[in-house]
Design a protein around this ligand. Structure first.
Ligand code: SAM
Length: 138
């Protein structure tokens, strides 16, 4: 979708969460940027993508990545845990963005940052699209 890392540098030693990590490409980059002293966590709603990410991560010489399957938008981590939350092409998929943003705020440390790339609608969408799950998925 985009490059959430271009928004601001990721400091070595950071604790970072990738929401909707997919097959794990951004986890790999985050792992390099945070370095061995950092911790990188990825969550995804789809077990198939978790399996792909686990498989891809196993091929890397890194030990600072943890991946978790989630079955809701509740983020399975404690309050004030992350220096940075990233997301790449996922927030637009959330049916309740306000709840997701509240969860992101909860897990971010005070002064922590959300860096995300996504798509936005610039105009009001017609109701035949906003009311259609099929259109949502497309
Ligand atoms: C467009 S893909 C982006 C994947 C990855 N971020 C990338 O850039 O390659 C969207 C991913 O988000 C996941 N997803 C959608 N809604 C989610 C949510 N609320 N929480 C976690 N993952 C979610 C999907 O399962 C899918 O793997």
């Amino acid at each position: 979708m985009g490059n959430p890392f271009s928004i601001e540098d990721i400091k070595q030693g950071s604790t970072l969460l990738d929401i909707g990590c997919g097959a794990g490409f951004d986890l790999f980059i985050a792992s390099k940027l945070t370095g061995p002293g950092g911790q990188v966590y990825g969550i995804d709603l789809t077990q198939e993508m978790i399996d792909r990410a686990q498989k891809n991560i196993k091929k890397l010489d890194t030990t600072n990545i943890t991946i978790k399957h989630v079955d809701s938008e509740k983020i399975p981590f404690k309050d004030n845990m992350f220096d940075v939350v990233i997301s790449n092409g996922v927030i637009n998929l959330s049916p309740c963005k306000q709840d997701l943003f509240q969860e992101i705020k909860r897990v971010l440390k005070p002064g922590g940052r959300l860096q995300f790339a996504d798509i936005v609608a610039e105009n009001e969408l017609p109701s035949n699209l906003t009311g259609s799950l099929e259109a949502w998925a497309q």
